[in-house]
Design a protein around this ligand. Structure first.
Ligand SMILES: *Cc1c(COP(=O)(O)O)cnc(C)c1O
Length: 360
């Protein structure tokens, strides 16, 4: 029986993982196994911070499982989805031999994680003529002709904002089974109308879906993200993860954010951001320095201006920072603006609109 783990680094499958005190024994009345202090760090600590956390906190895993519609054994919870990306590359790519495939212009961490691991980076550019949609035929050809172990697809794509056609991803998954994993990064899925690919997990052992609490859930400061994949893959990542990747205060913050009342508020915040995104998308083409704008299913918009450096500076002088994405391939003279509060978006539009009359 072939397994998706046939694609993993063989030496990792033989590695005896570090076994932390907290993995070997859960909470007990008298805890003398982890060299912790028996005293709290300060009077009034309600979290028990003198104790090491659960490596993969069961309560939070259960909440996330309900949220994403998966089993807890299908979740790796780490310090942001960035950590899951790093561990995936470590788990599947042999240094100097294997590669990841990325589709620029896209999120930079896939290539950085590959570089840290000494893995290659195969790039297949998104199709600028089709609003930066992936070229699935070209991706397939590249993945089959080179030692690609992980294909990263970002949907909606950062920094261009467009969603990725589901049928194309499914075609990749089928064609690459036994050859490579397809990792779909859905960091902005909550802002998109497209259904998540999570529902395909059971049907495709080589699928991984990245989700994060950093964006729509408002928890960027807590550093929590997940890989959703089949239990074998999750088990492998848990073997090589750092001993205690999820700090207690961060897990507590996530549990609070997943309570029904907080979830209801979040849903209305997401709806507000989507409304503001559409308002910005309608207003931006009317701004004199704006040359074009791309359709977005995320909480940001990519747009081209006459002079990106100059507009970036003019916004900065007014106290507004946006991202200058001009250095990405295919995005010369482009900026990316995150959707903020209505008053912040309004101010952004006013400063950008006024800018064409200011000195040259
Ligand atoms: C922001 C972002 C992430 C990072 O998420 P963390 O969970 O904060 O590490 C991952 N992927 C994409 C495409 C992002 O834009």
């Amino acid at each position: 029986m072939s397994s998706v783990l046939d694609l993993a680094r063989p030496e990792l499958l033989r590695l005896k993982p570090y076994s932390s005190a907290r993995m070997e024994a859960g909470p007990a009345a008298v805890m003398l196994n982890a060299n912790e202090s028996p005293y709290p760090p300060y009077a009034g600590d309600s979290l028990g911070l003198n104790r090491y956390p659960e490596p993969q906190p069961a309560g939070l895993l259960a909440s996330l499982a309900a949220l994403y519609g998966v089993d807890p054994t299908q979740i790796f919870l780490g310090r942001g989805s960035d950590e899951a990306i790093d561990l995936l590359v470590r788990a599947f790519c042999r240094a100097g031999a294997d590669a990841v495939l990325t589709t620029p212009p896209t999120f930079g961490m896939y290539a950085v994680a590959a570089g840290v691991q000494g893995a290659g980076v195969v790039t297949v550019a998104l199709d600028a003529a089709r609003d930066f949609a992936p070229d699935f035929d070209a991706i397939l050809a590249a993945a089959c002709s080179q030692p690609v172990k992980l294909v990263f697809i970002c949907s909606p794509n950062n920094p261009t904002g467009g969603g990725v056609e589901r049928e194309g991803v499914l075609r990749l998954l089928r064609a690459l089974q036994g050859r490579a994993l397809v990792i779909v990064d859905e960091a902005y899925a909550e802002y998109s109308r497209q259904p998540s690919l999570v529902s395909e997990l059971g049907a495709h052992p080589n699928l991984g879906v990245l989700r994060t609490l950093s964006k729509a859930y408002g928890l960027a400061g807590a550093r929590l993200g997940v890989l959703l994949a089949e239990p074998d893959v999750i088990g492998l990542l848990r073997r090589i993860m750092p001993p205690y990747p999820v700090p207690t205060p961060c897990a507590a913050a996530a549990l609070a954010a997943l309570q029904p009342q907080a979830q209801a508020e979040r849903r209305s915040h997401v709806a507000e951001v989507i409304g503001e995104r559409e308002r910005l998308a309608q207003a931006l083409p009317g701004v004199a320095c704006v040359r074009r704008i791309w359709p977005s299913e995320a909480n940001f918009l990519a747009f081209e201006v006459d002079d990106a450096d100059r507009r970036w500076q003019q916004l900065g002088q007014a106290g507004i920072v946006v991202r200058n994405i001009s250095h990405y391939p295919g995005l010369a003279q482009c900026l990316r603006v995150s959707v903020g509060l209505p008053c912040e978006n309004q101010r952004f539009l006013e400063v950008l609109s006024g800018s064409e009359t200011e000195g040259t």
